[in-house]
Ligand binder design. Sequence first.
Ligand code: SAM
Length: 544
Amino acid sequence: MEYLKREIPTCEVCQQPANQTCGGCKQVYYCSKSHQKQGWKEGHKSKCYSFKIQFSPALGKHMIATRDIKQGEIILKEKPAVVGPGMSCTAHCLACGKKLTPIEIEEKFDYYKCPQCNWPMCGPECDKSEVHKNECRIMADRGYKCSIKYENADKNEAAYCVITPLRILLMKDYNPKQFESILNLESHLEDRKQTQLYTLLKTNLVTFIKNVIGLPFKDETILQVASIFDTNSFDVRSPDGTKRCRAIYVMASMMNHNCKPNTRHIFLGEDHNLVLLATVPIAKGELITATYTQSLWGTLDRRKHLKQNKCFDCECERCRDPTEFGTYLGNIYCSMCNGPFSNNGLSKRAMLISTNTLEETAPWKCEKCDHYIQSRQMFWGNNALKQELNGLNKTGPQELEEFIEKYNLTLHPTNHLVIQAKLGLAQIYGNYKGYTLTELPDNLLKRKIDLCDELLELAEKLEPGWTRFRATILLELQAALSMQTKREYEDQKLTKEGAQDQLMRSMALLQEAVNILSIEPHMTEILEAKVKELSSQMDAANSI
Ligand SMILES: C[S@@+](CC[C@H](N)C(=O)[O-])C[C@H]1O[C@@H](n2cnc3c(N)ncnc32)[C@H](O)[C@@H]1O
């Protein structure tokens, strides 16, 4: 009888019946501990993942957890398949990704150039590096020399668009397996072909590869490689911000997007190895997701960015909720209910919300009254205020505080533009010249603490768990709270026990930041110094 035919698991090593699963992936069975050890050595090590790749027509390929994954657990470590500059960037070294500093020559500025191909580089060590070797030789052999005329150090140069696609195409000969695995990734070439950028690429990139360098690839393959790079590459930055490049990680690129993701990733070492971590507990069967956009952007901006850059319409839970989990991040106050002439001071202020968040052109309507506006008005208003915010002087807090005050009848306290301003303020107070923690008056110290609390509360709703954002704000909050405790105790506003309690809270925040950031080697020293400083403050409070 069919239903009695249950499959009996068999050992990966000896194919005998087995009842022990691999503790890592829970996907394969072993009959004994010794066979588990043998199987690990014989190759399971490289296949033991806590996820599998599935396909669905709506999501394409995507990652699914094959067992419960703990918060903070490492899900994947992966080497990049290809690293290179983005399709357009300022002068960056082709080998290490460092942003180059111009050298002045007779009142003009220029960069050190590779003697063979004339691309700007850091110096002789980089122009001889392994990553630059193949492309350099082929360009030099064909007599090609880079001829970018640099006018200013911050101008993005479209000429860089040829480098990473060339690196991928050259792999066909020296690493065909890797080439194939990249070519199997999603490209969205048909969608991209319609865009202005790809019309330009057809002229620049295809001509460069076929006519200038003389590589025998079809137009379609060249554009497909560029399109795969656009769809799948990660933005890689060094911790100190001096190096920047883009890289494809074949396995990590299977991760789909969600506007409330459950992972974060970091890049370690000079080789830019990716480490993927769970920010929240992930249950078996759940999608493992990353964000391809900015969590602190409203739905209009996020969906537009995803459509333009990744060619899909996001329909996640957050995008479908016109209040974005009750945060109203992308919303504004209704001008009728809350305008200067309204009589609405006492009740909760009404918001304009989209009548259909998945339809870009849907009108926006007040939650309470009949007032509505067209979506293009929302776009225009949003963009105008965004530009105003971008143009503010951020070396001090004044213009950011004024922006929040000026628009308080339109932009509510958790509107995304107000949140951007608040994030800037939380960093200025306590860190910038004239506003360091010791210099801050009590009212501004309190302002910093309130801002950090607000940002943490918002982050917990939009991108919960152990994110870098959370860790950064926790460190800011902890430093401000410690300073506040010190002052209040010295001014005898706090008892010894009160001070000890507050310092304990500070230590708990610091401990959480340490848990989140302990994977990042460059943070070790900073965190150790902070723990030491707070511990001695606690010792001092205990010994009084
Ligand atoms: C880096 S790839 C991810 C793997 C991809 N799903 C595949 O099949 O190869 C990015 C592409 O995946 C698809 N994708 C990612 N997240 C999605 C989502 N939330 N909804 C629909 N499609 C998504 C989009 O086509 C996007 O351009």
